[in-house]
Design a protein around this ligand. Structure first.
Ligand code: ZN
Length: 197
């Protein structure tokens, strides 16, 4: 008979909900938690709950933020907007040190197979920002997979009549790969060599 400890199984099960964590890794994490001092475990648990309760989405760009408007939107030039799929892509783009514009998070890409159309991602919000007037360039930095390319072309078509320069990150990032995993040098080059679409 399998020797199972219910609370341990629950903890392992929680860890398997994380991306790229399989059963073996989840077990290692669970063992490591129960080996910690109680204080450390309490701090760990509190950090999870505090982050979940205090982090929301910036009302302008859709990035994670503890305030209504994030620090990037508050302090950067609003003339350039870099459009990304997920908030975590901003962490990657921020590795590019000479980028001083703002961002717009779509929270997804157009993907008909998953029933995701243009109205299911934050395209309307992007158009609203652009139509306010001071935006000069929109950089499409969605991933270079099929959905990312289709989303980028769709948005470019909507923006063109508004007389906005629309550019796309250069193909330093190989087809199908994610912005999230690109290194600083690749992203800097992809941004420098961006082309108008
Ligand atoms: Zn923001």
């Amino acid at each position: 008979m399998k020797n199972s400890i219910e609370s341990m199984d629950k903890l392992i099960n929680s860890f398997t909900k994380l991306p790229a964590v399989g059963q073996k890794t989840a077990e290692r994490y669970a063992y490591s938690i129960i080996s910690m001092d109680r204080n450390e475990v309490v701090e760990f648990a509190n950090n999870l709950i505090n982050a979940k309760d205090s982090i929301k989405f910036c009302s302008v760009c859709g990035n994670w933020s503890e305030e209504d408007v994030c620090s990037i939107c508050k302090t950067r030039s609003s003339e350039i907007i870099c459009v990304v799929k997920e908030p975590k892509d901003i962490l990657a783009m921020e590795k590019v040190r000479n980028y001083n514009g703002t961002y717009h998070v779509l929270h997804g890409c157009i993907n008909p197979l998953q029933g995701k159309g243009p109205d299911d991602i934050r395209i309307k919000e992007l158009l609203a920002r652009v139509s306010k007037g001071d935006v000069k360039e929109v950089i499409m930095a969605t991933n270079s997979d099929v959905e990312g390319e289709a989303t980028s072309m769709y948005i470019a078509k909507l923006l063109k009549p508004l007389d906005i320069k629309v550019t796309r990150l250069a193909q330093g990032i190989s087809m199908g790969s994610d912005i999230e995993y690109a290194d600083e040098v690749t992203l800097t080059k992809a941004l420098q060599d961006r082309r108008e679409i």
